[in-house]
Every structure is written in structure tokens, then in C-alpha cells.
Design a protein around this ligand. Structure first.
Ligand SMILES: *Cc1c(COP(=O)(O)O)cnc(C)c1O
Length: 382
């Protein structure tokens, strides 16, 4: 194959990486040798560590972020005939979870400047059938939670935060997931912490916590499970709640725990890159950064920007060995969500011009400089 015009050793610079701290490798070996692989003390340690680190009042661990969303909807009793207001500009999991519960996603518009759901649009979509609202902290840049919580309180509708991008992000001095009804996190491989697959749900309401523990394992709270010799079937199984098989096993929990323990290193690297992009690309004429607010702290899970001619931008940078990614299309156009292009002005604009710059904790400083240089060069020439 002909050599490409890469200036840095011919390696393609990826948009994402899968971050695995060394400790994860040694710790998983210990778990594998321990004789206990199912949900157990590692899972418990993971939850305790996450609660302490990010100020979660309660949390449960599950086997992926999509399961976290569905379990949260089930906890709120969302089912057939119900509407859930959500954002169309997200990975489809946010909205397939609503379909899994037999409910209908109702799409609100987003704000063009940060790609998060627009509280004003949420309020317009509320009907007597609205059972929940799901918001996504897009790219780890938090939503206007004060406005969203106000709407929730006014109409008595609970809020689920899809925090799959938002481990360690902060809103007005609190970590995402420390306040509010239910926040769903993901440990999927390209997320800031990964355990292969995995998820976490935080809540500040004890009654949600108690119900969640049943919903994630066949309707039985594993920690309260009691059996006796003559009847090994759990004595506390009453079969009153339909539960799923969403528990996190200890192999996965060991990986996730190592990720949580090394989170700060991964986050520092992302912060360094994010701040360089913001400082050094902020004045370009053809590229518009997201809006970042002074009362919020992003974790830079991804780095989306608006670029008018994003395809020629992507092709040109690819020639330089830099991979860019267009990751989310507006969800409303897919047949499973009705296949109707709703009248959502900002969603339509973002659907045409959002693209991700490389953002992950394995980028080197010289790679970041190289990316910035080439993005600026493209901007000057177009
Ligand atoms: C990754 C992701 C999910 C799903 O998480 P999984 O752990 O892959 O199931 C949900 N919502 C958003 C916004 C995501 O990026």
C-alpha cells in the first residue's frame, strides 16, 4: 500500500482509545484466582468507592449503560402508553431503552451551542402521558439541571440523567449523579473508564435504590437474599417485581474499580487536551467550539465541534493521518422511533455539522500539537 502523507510515524491518530490502567490487569488476575467471579465483594467495593468519590447517596452496578437506563425507567414504572421526553441528539441507547419498556420517546429540541436538551423545548412537549424525562450530558458537558429540575418539580415528573458521558463532570459544585432522581453511567470500552462493558446507576432516593436492587436481578435483592438448606430458593423471593438479569459480576467490577481508582489520571489528560483545543482553536472562522459554562466542569469524554463542511474537513485531516468521527445522527429519523423528521431546528443544524476531534487519554502532547496545527491549516485554506 502506498505510504500516506502522515507526518508522525505513519500511525493513524484515533478519535478514541480504550484506557486500561496496569493495575486492572493484576487485579483481574487476583479475582480470577479467587474462586468467586459472580457479583460479590468486588462489586460492593466498586459501589462504595464510586459513592465516596463522586458523592452518590446510593448506587447500584449493572452490566451496561443501556441496562442502567432501562432499569431506571422500570423503577419509575414507565411502560406501554407512557411518553418519555428525550433528546434526539444522542447515541440511540438513550432512546432504545424507552422502546424496550414499551413506552414512546417524545423528542425535544437541543440547544445548538452545547448540544444538550433545551429545557424550554421539554416544557412544550409535556402531556398528561409524560411519565419521565431523560436528559443526556452530551460529551460530559452538563445540562442546565436547575432549569430541568424546576420543570420536573412543577409537573411532578422524575428526571433520568443519561450520564454515560459524565463520570466526574460537575454541575454547580456537585458531581453529576450526586443530586437528583436517577443518573445512569457507562463503563463501555470507549468511555472515560471502561470495564469491557458495565454501568452504574446513582440515586438520592432510598426508595428508588431499594427497587433498583430488585429490578437488576430477577426481582430479588441479592444483598438480602436468604436461603436455607431445605429450600435453596431465596426465601425473600416474592415475585412481585419483574426483574432483569442486569447484575455486574466481580470480574467486570474489578476492572471498573481499577478504572475508578485511576480516574483522575485519565481525566487530567483529557482536561489538558480539552483546554488546549479551547485555547488554540477558539478563534478559527470555520470551526465553532461548544459552549462551556463557568458553573460546570466538563470531563471531555468527547470533543464535538461545529464545522460547516464537515466531510471535506474529515477527508482532509484523514489525509494527514488524523481520524475524525461523526458519531450521532438525529435519532427521530430512524424507523424504530417513528421515522419522522420532527420539526427540531437546532437538531437539524447539529445533525449536519457536528464532528468529533480526537480526545482520549493516550494522545501524546506532540499528537495534540499536530492535530491543532492541521485543523488550523484547514481553516486557513477554506
Ligand atoms: C455509551 C452510551 C450509552 C450506552 O452505554 P452502554 O454501556 O454501551 O450500554 C448510553 N447513552 C449514551 C449517550 C452513550 O454514549
Amino acid at each position: 500500500m502506498a505510504k500516506k502523507d502522515y507526518e508522525l510515524g505513519g500511525e493513524l491518530i484515533r478519535t478514541w482509545s480504550t484506557y486500561v490502567p496496569e493495575e486492572a490487569i493484576t487485579e483481574v488476575s487476583k479475582t480470577l484466582r479467587s474462586g468467586w467471579l459472580n457479583t460479590g465483594k468486588k462489586e460492593k467495593e466498586l459501589r462504595a468507592t464510586a459513592c465516596k468519590k463522586w458523592g452518590f447517596p446510593y448506587c447500584v452496578a449493572v452490566n451496561n449503560g443501556t441496562a442502567a437506563l432501562r432499569a431506571s425507567l422500570a423503577t419509575l414504572g414507565v411502560g406501554p402508553g407512557d411518553e418519555v421526553i428525550s433528546t434526539p441528539f444522542t447515541f440511540i441507547a438513550t432512546n432504545t431503552a424507552i422502546l424496550e419498556q414499551g413506552a414512546k420517546p417524545v423528542f425535544a429540541d437541543i440547544k445548538y451551542d452545547d448540544l444538550n436538551i433545551d429545557p424550554k423545548s421539554i416544557e412544550k412537549k409535556i402531556t398528561s402521558k409524560t411519565k419521565a424525562i431523560i436528559v443526556v450530558h452530551y460529551g460530559g458537558n452538563p445540562c442546565d439541571m436547575a432549569e430541568i429540575w424546576k420543570i420536573g418539580r412543577k409537573h411532578r415528573i422524575p428526571i433520568i440523567e443519561d450520564a454515560a458521558h459524565a463520570f466526574g463532570s460537575m454541575y454547580k459544585g456537585n458531581y453529576i449523579g450526586a443530586k437528583g432522581d436517577l443518573a445512569c453511567f457507562s463503563f463501555q470500552v470507549v468511555k472515560i473508564i471502561n470495564s469491557g462493558d458495565g454501568g452504574l446507576i446513582s440515586t438520592s432516593k432510598k426508595r428508588y435504590y431499594k427497587k433498583l436492587k430488585k429490578i437488576i436481578w430477577y426481582g430479588i435483592d441479592k444483598e438480602e437474599k436468604t436461603t436455607n438448606l431445605l429450600n435453596p430458593f431465596p426465601k425473600n423471593f416474592r415475585g412481585e417485581v419483574l426483574g432483569f438479569k442486569y447484575n455486574m459480576n466481580d470480574i467486570v467490577a474489578t476492572l471498573a474499580l481499577a478504572g475508578v481508582n485511576h480516574f483522575d489520571e485519565a481525566e487530567d489528560k483529557r482536561k489538558f487536551i480539552g483546554e488546549r483545543y479551547r485555547n488554540e482553536l477558539g478563534d478559527l472562522k470555520g470551526l465553532k467550539l461548544m459552549k462551556y459554562y463557568s458553573d460546570r466542569k466538563p470531563n471531555y469524554q468527547i470533543f464535538p465541534v461545529h464545522v460547516e463542511n464537515r466531510l471535506s474537513f474529515a477527508k482532509s485531516l484523514h489525509q494527514k493521518g488524523i481520524m475524525l468521527n461523526i458519531n450521532n445522527r438525529r435519532n427521530d429519523i430512524y424507523p424504530m422511533f417513528g421515522g419522522i423528521r420532527r420539526d427540531l431546528v437546532n437538531t437539524a443544524k447539529a445533525d449536519k455539522d457536528v464532528i468529533l476531534l480526537p480526545m482520549h487519554s493516550d494522545l501524546t502532547e506532540s499528537q495534540v500539537s499536530y492535530i491543532i496545527e492541521n485543523v488550523a491549516k484547514f481553516d486557513r485554506l477554506h
